[in-house]
Design a protein around this ligand. Sequence first.
Ligand code: ARG
Length: 563
Amino acid sequence: MYWRPVRDVLAELVSELSPEEIEQLLDTPPDPSLGDVAFPTFRLAKARRRPPAEIARETAEALAARGFSARADGGYVNVALPREAAVRDILRETAAPDFARFSWGAGKRVVIDMSSPNIAKPFGVGHLRSTVIGQAIRNLLLRAGYEVLRVNHIGDWGTQFGKLMAAYAMWGIPKGAPDKIRAYLELYVRFHEEAERRPELEDEGRRWFKRLEDGDPEARKLWRMFVDESLKEFMRIYDRLGVSFEYVLGESFYNDQIPGVLEEVRAKGLLEESEGAFVVRLGDDLPPALLLKSDGTTLYLTRDLATALYRKNVLGADLLLYVVGREQSLHFEQLRGVLRRMGYPWADAIVHVPFGLLRFGGKKLSTRRGRVIFLEEVLDEAKARALQILEEKSPQLADKEAVAEAIGVGAVIFGDLRQSRLHDVDFDMEEALSFEGETGPYVQYTYARAKGLFRRAGEPYEEALAAVPSDVRGIAGDRGWELLKLVAAYPRAVRKGIELYEPSAVARHILDVAKAFNRYYQEERILVEDAEERRAKLALVARVARVLADGLEVLGLKVLEEI
Ligand code: ARG
């Protein structure tokens, strides 16, 4: 980091904190006129039991004695760096291959459970969020050196299949359904409607599920059909989102491991009978975990228990992430609870990464009542709108269809990722596609604009990206410096994203970089006559492009060279 000289001196002055701790504390002052680096003294004040302002004053004096331009402001020490040397430092750092790459995850394997939609049901908005948040977290973890295995835990087992089979056996495929998933959904909805009047249908559904669990060939055949048809449609969506998986393992995959797992739980004396069913008690804070129903069928939790053991023992996971809506928090606490009672300390490696709701135009989703918005329709609409915008904005563009797809899909992904994942998101199509707002298209467009400068200048981008010119006066003025500092701060955003499993940290940061660049672009002429100045400016623009591209890749958006 370009403020390393400050950190190193602080490390000598402040023996209570390690250089890493100091680095973590360093920040940029809220107002650039205060300086370039701020060191808050509050932690130190606590350790030394002295007022922060006093420590700030002393530290500033000590820094000044070593030739730094430092001033105390309340509990902060603000330091202004020698500008041109710092500019060159930043240019060097941002050209290095390991810029915004870390190594603390090396040698560790993460299994990330993401997407995990349910067979014979539409790909819901929750699954969309899980897919794009999961993919971004995976991309972030790769930047920390982790090995990451994405697992799609397809919901292909459970009592709902009994209902679906019962409905299919009674009524067959409804006429006029545009595709198989919609047909299955109609069956499912009809089943629930009729079951309200005829409760005996529920028993019929349970009987079918029991047949399935007992391996009845007819039930298996129907089940296979539901699974295959659904997977085909899900794959189309993954293609469009640019997401793939190392493993696609449905819940059913664990069926034959379940008896052994239950046996282990029983042998450890944890399985208790409760009204014919079997539960594991989890203390006063959590409801007991129901693992076996009185009719002998298993539950979602039972399957997740077998799944976790498989991920740990067979896949060799050091960390087990589950990117699943926050409404399932209790489920994952129970999962951890059971594993802990089984005596597995790695239960703590199970981390639920929850997220909030996503609404499209205020509409909520409910599969049961069939008021469902189909993700593909959302993507299609986003693409159509992007195409319209392109027809107006860039009629001469080659390959408009493909660009529109990348922008439309990108708008949906970015609209999801730009807010903290726990926030509920109200997705507004028009807003998400605006080329001027805080959107994916805005960042994609800004990147293309930056790259366009190299085409216009006839100078290779790669050379500008590697260049650390000795004369940097052209970018050492306040405007260039502001932009450079934002570029240099990108690795911090990535680090924060990794540590908090929070892709929005990166989304927000590249928005800031894009905004600062567009201001710069408006206020400064970049392709000037003076060769030195132009070289310095293009070196800066190349870093901007690099950061924007890396951020877009983290988030799972396509990087477009021309829009
Ligand atoms: N299929 C589940 C649902 O739609 C999500 C599964 C999440 N993963 C897991 N291992 N439980 O609610």
